[in-house]
Design a protein around this ligand. Structure first.
Ligand SMILES: *[C@@H]1O[C@H](CO)[C@@H](O)[C@H](O)[C@H]1NC(C)=O
Ligand SMILES: *[C@@H]1O[C@H](CO)[C@@H](O)[C@H](O)[C@H]1NC(C)=O
Ligand SMILES: *[C@@H]1O[C@H](CO)[C@@H](O)[C@H](O)[C@H]1NC(C)=O
Ligand SMILES: *[C@@H]1O[C@H](CO)[C@@H](O)[C@H](O)[C@H]1NC(C)=O
Ligand SMILES: CC(=O)N[C@H]1CO[C@H](CO)[C@@H](O)[C@@H]1O
Length: 346
């Protein structure tokens, strides 16, 4: 049987894989540390605050590149690593101030761009799943020789961090979920299903005004500051950049992933020590925009969801910010970092 023989050869080859495209055997998983990466990398021309590296690996029979920053401690290393997962409207560099705080205390920080986002490959065909993202990211950390790390994820990255904690509990020192989406199962609460093609049209129509308007309301509770513009423009340039079409498709697939792959039934199974951080004024709910008003009204109450979910997590602690929205690490970095460091130190 063909499939069987492929698996057999994978097992025999150990550290190598067969490329479906070329049929040739390639060395598995490598890191490209080249300092000469182009400014426009896989459709994003944003200048990152630290050198961008590429994790090259094979997934779903294609060669992919996952961009990341590997930031060394600025002081004597404390031997610990934090891996940061961005949300749907952000990228690795949006964590810049958090990276500065952590590296100033001796942490090594890995800030990833997931496949389909930012400076990573935008595949034309890919089965997007939280499990696949978690597997990709675990492969990166293993390739870097990092045996375990604190995992911190924001928004969709928080949903991914939850899945990562469920799949790799022995490799998670601490889990930090920052306004994660998926604290509730949107579909079960009545969000109608929209095909990827419909989401694609919405994604492809993204503009500065649509992104800024959304972030102003949900991320910053209507308190816009000029310094937030940088993150909107970073995104607008990808939507209009050299990989615009595939990026819009990938983002539509990611909306589909969030709606069809709930984690909300599994919080009780999380083994790692977990900090859940929420802004009580966050009302983020995937699909609320196209739901009937009575459905939308039920969704995204982080002030209620925070305590509910923290109580389900066996080793869970809740920190809530009464006045903040979806992005406390951006809107109130000092308060946010104090809460994270306080919890990490106990
Ligand atoms: C890139 O750097 C990593 C450590 O960050 C190292 O393990 C790897 O061997 C380097 N790869 C190349 C091709 O220099
Ligand atoms: C990225 O591209 C946009 C236009 O698509 C341009 O306005 C912007 O200056 C570019 N940024 C960088 C850092 O090259
Ligand atoms: C942000 O939203 C608030 C409240 O809806 C509104 O008053 C304000 O004009 C908006 N600011 C910007 C820059 O869009
Ligand atoms: C929570 O995790 C910490 C650190 O791993 C551990 O010391 C503590 O016993 C755990 N508490 C519970 C209730 O599992
Ligand atoms: C799919 C794609 O365009 N991938 C590119 C991402 O960027 C790296 C570095 O320039 C290229 O090698 C890939 O081909």
């Amino acid at each position: 049987m063909k499939v069987f023989s492929l698996f057999t050869s994978l097992a025999l080859l150990g550290g190598a894989v067969v490329s479906a495209r070329t049929g040739i055997i390639q060395t598995r998983d490598s890191i490209d540390n080249s300092s000469a990466l182009p400014e426009d990398l896989n459709g994003s021309n944003f200048t990152y605050p630290w050198p961008v590296k590429l994790y090259k690996f094979t997934s779903q029979l294609q060669e992919l590149e996952m961009a990341f920053m590997d930031v060394a401690p600025e002081v004597t290393p404390n031997g610990k690593t934090v891996a940061l997962f961005h949300g749907k409207n952000f990228c690795g560099p949006t964590w810049e101030s958090t990276i500065r705080v952590l590296t100033s205390l001796g942490y090594r920080v890995i800030a990833t761009d997931q496949i389909g986002f930012c400076k990573s490959t935008k595949p034309e065909r890919y089965q997007f799943s939280l499990q696949q993202f978690a597997t990709n990211t675990n492969g990166l950390l293993n390739t870097l020789g990092i045996e375990s790390a604190t995992i911190m994820g924001h928004s969709v990255g928080g949903m991914l961090a939850t899945r990562y904690g469920l799949m790799f509990p022995d490799q998670v020192d601490n889990l930090i979920l920052v306004d994660p989406v998926g604290l509730e199962d949107y579909t079960a609460l009545g969000v109608p299903y929209l095909p990827i093609d419909t989401n694609y049209v919405t994604e492809a129509a993204s503009t500065y005004a649509s992104i800024q308007g959304y972030e102003n309301t949900t991320y910053y509770v209507g308190q816009w500051k000029e310094e937030y513009d940088v993150w909107v423009n970073m995104l607008v340039n990808i939507y209009h950049g050299s990989k615009a079409e595939t990026y819009a498709l990938n983002q539509a697939q990611i909306v589909d992933m969030v709606l069809t792959q709930p984690v909300s039934f599994e919080f009780g199974l999380l083994q790692p020590r977990t900090l859940l951080i929420v802004g009580d004024k966050d009302r983020t709910a995937i699909g609320a925009q196209w739901s009937p008003p009575e459905v939308a009204a039920k969704l995204g109450h982080f002030d209620v969801l925070g305590p509910q979910v923290a109580a389900q997590i066996p080793n869970g602690t809740l920190v809530s910010f009464p006045a903040l929205g979806h992005a406390p690490q951006i809107s109130s970095p000092d308060e946010f970092h104090a809460a994270v460091l306080d919890w990490l130190s106990t």
